[in-house]
Design a binder for this molecule. Sequence first.
Ligand SMILES: [Zn+2]
Ligand SMILES: [Zn+2]
Length: 209
Amino acid sequence: MPQTDPAAAEIRATGTARVHILHDGYAREEADGEHVGSTVTLIIDGDVVVVVDPGMVSSRTALLAALADQGVAPGSVTDVVFSHHHPDHTVNAAMFPAARVHDHWAIYDGDLWISRAADGAELSPSIRLIATPGHTEQDISTVASTADGVFVCTHAWWSAEGPEDDPFSPDPAALARSRQRILDVASVIIPGHGPAFVAHPDVPGFPLR
Ligand SMILES: [Zn+2]
Ligand SMILES: [Zn+2]
């Protein structure tokens, strides 16, 4: 039965957003312990400058340098998006003092708490949020329509290598539905802890295989 997905229907196949990954995420065990880095992504569409998941990085200086390489000052970032509330994706939000912060149920602007559901929220004509529960019940994905197709920043995948089943998921069926929803619109997936990858059937957890 055809499903209607009003939020997805608003997503343009191409658009004016530009996407640049500031920090490739990772999660690896080393001799001194577990190292976790968030994939941190910059999306620019006109006057809107978004940083997605300003979480754990090995070097804040390197993160700022990556931002400067794109001609962006920290104070020029207008919006920060949290894919979900885990600290590895949120701890560095205050590096962007002028930014509004978006999560699954609100926008935080200074001391103003603006309740709203994220699904279908528009940050700019080519940047939208969709609800993609699965890794946590509060996960959202940031969808950017670019000249090269639709890029989706999401923690529905840790990386292109897996894990196929998210070990932290409270609801694997919801995760499978969210992955399908993302793959219905995505050209490129930018996962929580790995480099970007093209959406294709060899991806672990691809719901159609
Ligand atoms: Zn998490
Ligand atoms: Zn994570």
